[in-house]
Design a binder for this molecule. Structure first.
Ligand code: 48H
Length: 265
C-alpha cells in the first residue's frame, strides 16, 4: 500500500491535538522531567490520576543521564531500592548501603514505566507562569514552546488547569521563583523566600530531601533538588536515592489530598 505524506502529517496533528485538549484540565501538573518529577508522575498516574509532565528540553531525564562528571553511573542507598525496583532497573551492590545503576538504563526505565502507567509527557515546553485563583492559590500553568523562549519571540502562551502543581525543576526552582516574582515572599518556608541550597554533604542532604518534598505554597508542591534548595538544605551530588524517595513522597502527599477532595465532593 502506498504511503501518503499528508496522512502522516494528519495523524500527528490529530493525535497531538487530542492529547493536548485532554490535558487542559488535570489533577496534577508536573514541571520538570528529571528523576524526581518522573517518579512523582509514575506514582500519581498509577493511582489513576490525570497527570501531565512538562519538560523544557527535547529529552526527558534532567540531570540523571550524566551520572557523576559524565561517568554514566548513579549511586543509590539501600532505602531507595524499594522505589527503584518498581522500575525493573538492574542494580549492582558496590558495598553495604551503596548500590550502582547505569544512568541511561535508569532514565529509560523511569520514562517507560511512568508513561505506561499513564503519565502524559510534553517535551519542548517551558513553564513561564502559573494560573491562580482569586485568592492567589495555584490552579494551573502558563506554557509556551521552548523555541519561543529561546528565540525571544513575542508569542503569547496558553494555559492549562491543574488541581495541584509540582515544582520538579531541580536547582533552578522555577515555579517557586515565579511565586516570588508574581506574588511575593509568601512561600511556606520560615522566611517566605527560597532559603537556598547548601554545599555538598550527601548524608545530610539525603536525610532530609523526602521530608522537604511537600507543599511550598497553596496547591504548589516541590520535589527533588528544588526541595532542598527551597528549604535551605545541602546538595548531595550524584547519589539519586533521595530523588526517587522525594518523588514518591510528594506523590503520596498529593494523592492523600486528592482522595480527601473526592470524599468532600
Ligand atoms: C519546563 C523545566 C523548567 C521550566 C527546569 O535537574 P533535574 O534532574 O531535577 P531533579 O530534582 O529531578 O533531579 C536533580 C538531579 O538531577 C541533580 O541535579 C542532583 C541530584 N544534583 C545534586 C547536586 O549536588 O548537584 O531535572 C529538572 C528538569 C530539567 O530537565 C529541566 O530542563 C526542567 O526540569 N525544567 N521544564 N519548564 N520552567 N525549568
Amino acid at each position: 500500500m502506498p504511503l501518503d505524506d499528508l496522512i502522516v502529517s494528519r495523524a500527528i496533528i490529530d493525535e497531538y491535538h487530542t492529547t493536548l485538549v485532554d490535558a487542559l484540565n488535570m489533577d496534577v501538573a508536573i514541571v520538570g522531567g528529571g528523576p524526581a518529577g518522573l517518579v512523582a508522575g509514575y506514582y500519581l498516574a498509577k493511582q489513576g490520576y490525570k497527570v501531565s509532565l512538562f519538560e523544557r528540553k527535547l529529552s526527558i531525564g534532567g540531570g540523571m543521564w550524566g551520572g557523576g562528571i559524565m561517568f554514566n553511573k548513579i549511586v543509590l542507598q539501600e532505602d531507595a531500592l524499594k522505589v527503584l525496583n518498581e522500575f525493573n532497573v538492574r542494580v549492582k551492590k558496590y558495598r553495604d548501603n551503596y548500590y550502582v545503576a547505569d544512568s541511561v538504563e535508569t532514565v529509560g526505565a523511569l520514562i517507560y514505566h511512568a508513561t505506561q502507567a499513564g503519565l502524559q509527557i510534553f517535551n519542548c515546553m517551558s513553564i513561564e507562569d502559573v494560573k491562580i485563583t482569586a485568592d492567589d492559590a495555584v490552579c494551573g500553568l502558563v506554557v509556551n514552546w521552548t523555541s519561543v523562549e529561546l528565540t525571544n519571540m513575542h508569542v503569547d502562551p496558553i494555559t492549562f488547569g491543574a488541581k495541584f502543581v509540582i515544582d520538579a525543576t531541580g536547582h533552578s526552582c522555577d515555579m517557586a521563583n515565579i511565586i516570588l516574582k508574581r506574588i511575593g515572599k509568601v512561600l511556606f518556608t520560615p522566611t517566605g523566600d527560597i532559603m537556598g541550597e547548601g554545599s555538598m554533604n550527601a548524608e545530610l542532604a539525603e536525610k532530609v530531601v523526602a521530608e522537604n518534598s511537600r507543599e511550598i505554597y497553596k496547591n504548589l508542591y516541590v520535589t527533588g533538588m528544588a526541595a532542598n534548595a527551597i528549604w535551605g538544605s545541602k546538595r548531595m551530588g550524584p547519589i539519586f536515592g533521595g530523588m526517587l524517595l522525594s518523588g514518591k513522597k510528594v506523590a503520596d502527599d498529593i494523592s492523600a489530598r486528592l482522595a480527601q477532595e473526592a470524599v468532600n465532593a
